[in-house]
Ligand binder design. Structure first.
Ligand code: BJW
Ligand code: ZN
Length: 260
């Protein structure tokens, strides 16, 4: 990241009235939460999404799928927000019309203090009944799950005894309508979209930066590697979110003492 690119991005951020921060798994990587598609460390390098992240997989092997999500819930519960999550919360503190649109199913944005949050792919912490959709409450996550979680039978719904499923959006499933509509609305009316830590290959979420660009908003991308958004982005800031975002916030609001 050159100083000039950072200064240009900081000016866009400082002058923006409505900011959308669009995040993916990369923002949580420095908290120790694995991404999906990074070489060597990504979840899809070690696990088959067709066997774990589809409704068909849950139907065929509910205990395998539930065990995997319980393992991930336990890992995320032990993780802590990093400097990138805190910098995103600081952007909202400086520019109150900020909306954070996340594809992540962890809760690290909330724990860093983000308030205006749109969740496109659900949450590890919001399971629901397959049959009647009633929300289910979960005990604290298991402390000593083996790698990958092993087989754990899903709990039964207290309302109808149906199986409880993870509250995430699997491949082939529709995104929550209200959340997708809120994301499209925010992207259509923002005057800066900051995309952070996403490979931008999963649709329809990957449309969000493109919607903002179509409506004339500049796009700034934060990612250590190339993505399909490189050509769309007005500014590409190469580097890890936990370093780039605090530096960007400090450059945008130098009198505020950096990311709060
Ligand atoms: C760092 C970093 C650091 C690393 N700092 N950065 C159009 C075209 C083609 C296909 C489709 C299409 N429309 C729909 C589809 C099908 C499908 C899809 O998109 N498939 C493509 C993958 C080919 N989409 C769907 O199925 C969606 N539903 C849908 O479209 O419904 C309508 C429909 C219904 C019926 C039939 C057909 C259509 C649903 C998608 C749900 C995605 N779910 C997952 C799993 C959630 C649950 C779970 O966690 O298990 O969501 S998949 C996974 O990918 C997860 C993520 O939210 C999502 C995006 O990944 P993300 O966040 O970008 O992570 P990575 O790992 O890909 O990238 C990390 C990035 O971080 C990298 O760029 C790194 O460089 C970077 N990085 N360290 C900053 N320190
Ligand atoms: Zn039920």
């Amino acid at each position: 990241m050159t100083d000039q690119l950072r200064a240009d991005a900081a000016r866009l951020l400082r002058e923006a009235r409505a900011v959308v921060v669009f995040t993916g798994a990369g923002i949580s990587a420095e908290s120790g939460v694995a991404t999906f598609r990074d070489a060597l460390t990504g979840l899809w390098e070690r696990y088959d999404p067709q066997q774990l992240a589809t409704a068909e997989a849950f139907h065929a092997a509910p205990d395998l799928v539930w065990g995997w999500y319980e393992w991930r819930r336990a890992l995320v519960s032990r993780a802590r927000p990093n400097a990138g999550h805190h910098a995103v919360a600081a952007i909202e503190a400086h520019a109150p019309s900020t909306v954070v649109v996340t594809q992540n199913v962890d809760d690290l944005h909330e724990r860093a203090g983000t308030r205006a949050l749109v969740r496109l792919h659900g949450s590890l912490f919001a399971p629901r009944c397959v049959r009647c959709a009633a929300p289910a409450s979960l005990p604290p996550p298991p402390g000593d799950t083996p790698e990958g979680g092993g087989r754990i039978p899903p709990p039964s719904c207290v309302e109808c005894d149906g199986p409880v499923r993870p509250g995430v959006v699997w491949f082939g499933e529709s995104l929550p309508e209200d959340q997708l509509a809120a994301a499209v609305r925010a992207a259509s009316t923002c005057d800066l979209l900051l995309t952070v830590g996403t490979s931008a290959v999963v649709y329809p979420a990957a449309e969000i930066p493109r919607v903002a660009a179509r409506h004339g908003a500049p796009v700034v991308q934060v990612n250590p590697y190339e993505t399909p958004l490189d050509a769309l982005a007005d500014i590409n800031l190469r580097g890890p979110a936990g370093q780039v975002l605090p530096a960007l916030v400090a450059a945008a609001w130098p009198d505020a003492g950096g990311a709060r």
